[in-house]
Design a protein around this ligand. Structure first.
Ligand SMILES: Cc1cc2nc3c(=O)[nH]c(=O)nc-3n(C[C@H](O)[C@H](O)[C@H](O)COP(=O)(O)OP(=O)(O)OC[C@H]3O[C@@H](n4cnc5c(N)ncnc54)[C@H](O)[C@@H]3O)c2cc1C
Length: 418
């Protein structure tokens, strides 16, 4: 019996290899990097936010229109199954207040080590530093003239391997320094698959506005909207609430990363995007509140007042933006200035000129078209014995553990069906 070849030892590939081996297949796992699981190691800032506690329907809806494709995979292997597997492998997990699940140790390395040990114990042959270069296929025409194709061989750097099935789990195009460089798309394309154009997302957004660099390092909870300012009137493209951080290049943080996914392929498709940040989402009736404050404490300096509302470092840059002297007493603030401050705090507008790009984006939007993959098995509808799983597919979710779970679940399903 020829072996099953799994290409890519990320979340999807490790799971596919383990599951295929548990079902008695001989498995060779090819990994281009010198070691498996590099992206898992970097995930969640080294803590690995591996899944989320939300229920299956909410989970699926987080992926948008393409989420439907994940129904069968999640029905077979979902967050509870993943946590149970890790528990069996001596990696207990725990959820935070927002439902994000991490290994209790807080170490992504524990997840990788456990999965690696699991597949080694099962007898998966891991070939590190070995890339899948291509997939060779056989073909035949039926008497009705219908063409069928099936995989025969995995072409690797160190030679050809005849294969019973090939599972391509080589990831998307983002963070190429961790190994994923679009190889799945090149291979799938050569075999006739449609590739939905890829864009980096879950990335920080660039803004030339000096207020960003002046408030660099400040993080806070905010409400953020993205607007397409070329449409008339400007159209709201996305809205998120959560943590943001000002940086030397613009803005980042979970709410901004999610916005970058919501608006992709903007800002790279010619649309002019502006984000509007409500720095005080819990505060309604701001102009009136400011008026009351000005009347009740007329001698208080405006900068001290802003410092009571927001982190200290924000006060001077925000007042500079409003062209108001920081040492101006509240009693001397004019109505126009009051309105300007209220608008700046409740709707800080930043022009967006780009994002951190593929080098720094966490995931890829786009990939192998789902129309050509059977969601119940992950097998290609075009080439028998060829499977795809993980980020190589046209599936992308927000921050919060969604993407790793999708990779684990689709990998598991592919491994279960080879
Ligand atoms: C910095 C960062 C932090 C993240 N944090 C989180 C998080 O906390 N939670 C979350 O849910 N998601 C997170 N993500 C996203 C998540 O890590 C990915 O969506 C997920 O790891 C994708 O898994 P995958 O197995 O499909 O692909 P990958 O993890 O990219 O694995 C693909 C593997 O294939 C290998 N490979 C590539 N080409 C070949 C080839 N030709 N032959 C053999 N091997 C090849 C690569 O070296 C790589 O090891 C993060 C991503 C990044 C970059």
């Amino acid at each position: 019996m020829n072996p099953v070849i799994v290409a890519g030892a990320g979340a999807a590939g490790l799971m596919a290899a383990g599951q295929a081996r548990e079902r008695g297949r001989k498995v060779i796992l090819l990994e281009k990097n010198p070691r498996p699981g590099c992206k898992i190691l970097a995930s969640g800032g080294g803590r690995c936010n591996l899944t989320n506690t939300c229920d299956r329907l909410e989970f699926i809806s987080a992926f948008g229109r393409n989420g439907r494709f994940l129904h069968p995979a999640f029905a077979r292997f979902f967050s509870g199954d993943l946590r149970e597997l890790l528990q069996r492998l001596d990696v207990p997990t725990q959820a935070d207040d927002e439902g994000r699940v991490f290994p209790s140790s807080g170490k992504a390395a524990d997840v990788v080590a456990a999965l690696e040990k699991w597949i080694e114990r099962l007898g998966v042959e891991i070939r590190a530093g070995a890339a899948l270069l291509d997939v060779l296929v056989g073909s035949a025409q039926s008497s009705q003239g219908k063409m069928s194709r099936w995989i025969t061989t995995a072409r690797t750097q160190s030679g050809d391997i005849p294969a019973a099935a090939i599972v391509v789990c080589t990831g998307g195009i983002t963070y190429p320094q961790l190994g994923a460089t679009g190889d799945a798309h090149a291979i799938a394309c050569r075999l006739g698959h449609t590739i939905i154009p890829c864009h980096p997302c879950l990335a920080g957004l660039h803004s030339p506005d000096p207020v960003c660099i002046n408030m660099q390092g400040v993080s806070l909870a905010a409400r953020v909207e993205a607007h397409d300012v070329m449409s008339h009137p400007p159209r709201r493209m996305a809205r998120r609430q959560g943590g943001i951080i000002f940086t030397h290049f613009g803005v980042s943080g979970p709410a901004i990363l999610d916005i970058s996914r919501d608006i992709a392929p903007a800002p790279y498709d010619g649309r002019r995007v502006e984000i509007v940040i409500d720095l005080l989402p819990g505060e309604s009736g701001m102009p009136t509140r400011l008026l009351n404050d000005c009347q009740s404490a007329p001698r208080k300096l405006i900068i001290n007042h802003i410092r009571e509302l927001l982190p200290d470092k924000m006060a001077a840059p925000l007042l500079e933006r409003c062209a108001i002297r920081p040492d101006k007493p509240l009693g001397q603030i004019t109505r126009r200035e009051r309105n300007l401050v209220a608008t700046t705090l409740k709707a800080l507008r930043l022009t967006i000129t780009g994002s951190e790009g593929a080098e720094r984006a966490m995931i890829t939007k786009g990939g192998v078209s789902l129309r050509e993959i059977d969601p119940g098995t992950m097998q290609s509808r075009l080439v028998r014995g060829l499977f795809f799983a993980g980020e190589a597919l046209d599936i992308d979710g927000p921050t919060g553990g969604y993407n790793l779970q999708a990779a684990f679940s689709t990998g598991w399903l592919a491994g279960n069906n080879v």
